[in-house]
Each structure stands twice: as C-alpha cells, then as structure tokens.
Design a protein around this ligand. Sequence first.
Ligand code: PLP
Length: 436
Amino acid sequence: MDNLILEDQLSTLSLDPRSQAFAMKMDEQYPSLRSEFHLPEGIYFCGNSLGLQPKSLQAYVTEELRIWATHAINGHFSRAGNRAWANIDLLVVPQLAKIVGSKEKEVIAMGSLTSNLHFLMASFYRPNVNGRYKIIIEGKAFPSDHYAIESQIQHHGIDPEKGLVTIDPTGPSYGLTTEQIFRAIDQHADETAILFLSGVQFYTGQLFEMEKITRYAQNCGMIVGWDLAHAVGNVELKLSEWNVDFAVWCSYKYLNSGPGAIAGLFVNERYDGQLRLAGWWGHDRETRFEMINKFKPMPGASGYQLSNPSVIDVISLYSSLEIYGKTDMATLTNRSNLLTRYLKKLLLDLPSYSEIFHIITPELSGSQLSLYFRNGKMQNVFDRLKDHKITVDARRPDVIRVAPTALYNTFEELRLFVEVLGNILEKILNVATIQS
Ligand SMILES: *Cc1c(COP(=O)(O)O)cnc(C)c1O
C-alpha cells in the first residue's frame, strides 16, 4: 500500500525522485518531529542502535536531581501523582501500552532486556513441570538472546544440543519465510515449550508476521514470546489483540531513552496468578512499605517488577514517550514505510547496484535496509561515508545497516545519502576498471 502511495506521489508531483524538489515535497507532506531532538552533526541513520536525545530530557533530569537535593527521601511520596518516586513506574505505562498495543496492566518499564528475558523465562520455561523442554529461536538471533536462551536450557540440566532448536536462513537469502518458521514449529511441535523470535530482525531489518506466527505456534501448544528490541516504537504492534504470551524490549533504540536506559516487558493478563521470581516492587503498591514478608503480587505486568526503578532512567524514557504522544504508531509506521521505500527506490536506481552491493532486507521490514557489499568493499564505503559525516552502522565484515527513523529522519537526508553513496561507489568502480 505504501508503495502505491509513493508511486502515486511520484506521478502526481511528476518530479524525478532523485531531485531535491521531490524530497522536499515529501518532507512537507509527511513532516517529521525532528525539532524535538538534539541532532548530531551530519546525517544520522543509527536510530535502530541508539536513538537521539529528546530536547526536553535535560530539564526533566535536572528537576529530579533538584528534588533529590532539596527533598531527599521525601521525593518518594511528597509529589503529586505519578511523579512521586514510589509511583514513577506508572508514569510511562499509558504511552508504552499504546506503543505496543496492549492493555495498560500488561506492560511495565523495568530492568534491561536480557535480564527481563531471564526473569520471564523463570515463569514461562518450566520443562520439569510440563514436559515440553525445547525452545525454538532464530539461527541468527541477537547473540544476547542466544546466550540467554541457551543458558536457560542448561540451567534446567538439559543439553542445548537437544533443547535448543534454531531456524536458519536457507540459500543465499538472509530472511526467514513464515512457511519456514511454520515447518520448524511442526517438526518440533510436541516437545517445544517456547517459540522466541524477534519482531524485527536486528541484522536484516525483516519484520516477522507476528500475529500469524503466534497463532500457529500456540495452536501447537507452545508459549510465544517476542523480542521487540527493534520493533518497539518502529512498527505498529498489537500484542493484546495478537494474543502474544510475553514480550521484552529495550528502550534505547527507537524509543530514544539513552544508552542502557530502562527496558520494558509485556505479560498477557491471563498470567496474573503464575509463579514468578519476586521482588518487593512487584508487591501490592498499597502495602509494599508495611514489609510483611507475604508476597502479594500486583495484577498484571507490574507484579513482575523486582526493584525500585531508577528515577533518572524512567524520566528519560518519559521525555521520549511524550514525543510519541504527539503522533501515533499508525502514522509513524506509514511514514517509516514511505522513507524506507523511497530509500530502496533510490538505491535500486544506482548504476553500481548489484555490481558492488545489494539489499538483503526482505520486502516486509521495519525502518531499516541492510546493504551487503561484495569483495570486502564495505569498510571502505563505511569510512568514506564517515568522511561525509554520514553515520550508518557497520556489521563486519560485509553489511551496512541504514535506518531511516520515522520520528526524525527526512526524505531529503535519504536523497543526500544516496547521492554521496553513488559518488563513492562510482569512484570504486572506476578504480576497479583502471586496475583491470
Ligand atoms: C539491542 C538488542 C539487545 C540488547 O540487550 P540488552 O540486554 O539491552 O543489552 C538484545 N536483543 C536484541 C534482539 C537486540 O536488538
């Protein structure tokens, strides 16, 4: 559909897509929220690794530091509503729920992605209780996810050779088809406890068909968890409607909350009563400070909290979520698709396309294209782009990831990037011709 919108714009505007006039027109019709962010020098396409700093953040952090300096312990209770530190976790819940498409009680900001995954596995992976012992993941899962899942299997005394099932891309394609995932599910249907995949693949940018895959695996008796590190704040999610069992994410990528900032998780409300690793912050808010040593979990995801959260972290996330509050995920996803398709069109038009590089990102993707460079050319291209103050991400040895982020990147930035890249590649081609 977004392809049609782009084609439609190209024909109505009757401008060359490579022209500045076209890019400017698109930016006018589909404006970004870039004025809300501090922008580093040059052009930044790494919002998938580390999002930009909201301009409002500094004042928010300064305010918390001031309260700490002037009120100390009284900051926990003596402020209005959810700005009291004892309730600060609630401050971000409504907007987080909108971003992941869930009920408010099903999400919470806490911990970090990998540690949250371990905590949730303690609840959802209990091979000695229900007999199912396998976990299915992607062969090219983010290493932290792979390590976490493998160590969980070992933790239960199971050999990962038997317990860990990986789905690997076949042939030259880097993507995984939904059918391929279904086949892996079928093959291990009776022994598998959990299917754990990423919503958007970090390396290729592929967007998985989360709803279909969730339903299929659940029909085979599996619990389905999603790693949304590259999906949250990037693509439209409907975790409640899709009946997802659990999900984890970090907030420093598309969610712009700062390096290592507080992460988040989703637990479907049907798991309210289940066993979990407990901590005092998951205990009933009303009686938490009575210190009664009888754990009474709060309903929903709040009940999975362990520790009191870092206030600076939460306020940092809040300042970014406020920007999300000025738009909605449907609008952002539409803009992101237009940017990504525009980038793709310009890249495919380069004379050096397929001669030096090609796109490995499948058709269904988030705000990211991964470019595979042949014959060890990647580093050189990456360095030349850096000379032009264009920040992209190098996945050594051969891939550059480019993420046009819907909140702050523009069509004009993409046009400039491809112009610069085209010149760099032309030089490389010329040198190769002279040498041969
Ligand atoms: C970024 C990312 C992580 C990072 O994990 P942390 O625990 O936040 O350090 C994990 N998994 C995936 C898929 C990621 O993209």
